[in-house]
Design a protein around this ligand. Structure first.
Ligand SMILES: [Zn+2]
Length: 213
């Protein structure tokens, strides 16, 4: 049984790295963001709350986040373990979590803020078909046009410098104390998130003592 938490700023490749680990080690990938998105799309009561909260420019309350994670873990379908992404978000949640579960490690994807900026501001979205582009890693053949449908590529609404500054500030003010707490318990492995995804994945496995294949 392997129980991990994965942490990293936006653009750090957290979702990709988590999916790679989950697939090869049969871990249940618990992404708080994905669970909330599912609720919004499925028009549940929680989804309505999430939609309203985000529209007001607020963050989903800690108690809701905690409840979602607890409910998910209580399904006990994680025979080989789990990998949590998007939780804990603050010190209080981290303490609650450590009291309830023995975790084996916290994977910290370390990405300097200037690289977060570079990556996030390079993201584009096709305004017609919704395909994602990244002007660094996946640039279109014709500048500004979707390869699939020819639609115009635009930035995401919330990928403005102002919004990113606010999100990064929020990320550090909440996450840094959580990392400090986990570090004191010697759970944290820090991995440089700047190289390509295969290199990052190999570094994670090496530091966690997992087979690399
Ligand atoms: Zn398109």
């Amino acid at each position: 049984m392997r129980k991990y938490v994965i942490m990293g700023a936006q653009g750090s490749g957290k979702g990709t790295q988590a999916a790679m680990l989950a697939k090869d080690f049969d871990l249940v990938h618990i992404s708080v963001g994905d669970i909330f998105r599912w609720h919004v799309q499925s028009h549940t009561k929680l989804g309505a709350y999430v939609r309203r909260t985000i529209a007001e420019g607020e963050l989903v309350g800690d108690d809701r986040v905690e409840a979602v994670v607890r409910d998910r873990l209580e399904q006990h379908d994680w025979n080989y373990g789990f990998l949590i992404d998007g939780f804990p978000r603050n010190r209080r949640q981290a303490e609650f979590f450590l009291e309830s579960y023995d975790i084996d490690g916290v994977i910290h994807l370390d990405l300097p803020d200037e690289e977060v900026w570079r990556r996030v501001l390079a993201r584009r979205l096709c305004s017609r078909c919704g395909l994602d582009y990244n002007l660094i890693a996946h640039s279109p053949q014709n500048q500004g046009r979707c390869d699939v449908c020819g639609g115009e590529l635009v930035s995401r609404e919330d990928d403005t410098p102002e919004a990113l500054t606010a999100r990064l500030r929020d990320y550090h003010s909440k996450t840094d104390p959580v990392l400090d707490l986990f570090r004191r318990k010697e759970y944290v492995i820090s991995v440089d998130a700047r190289p390509d995804k295969a290199t990052v994945q190999a570094a994670i496995r090496e530091q966690l003592g997992l087979p690399t294949r």
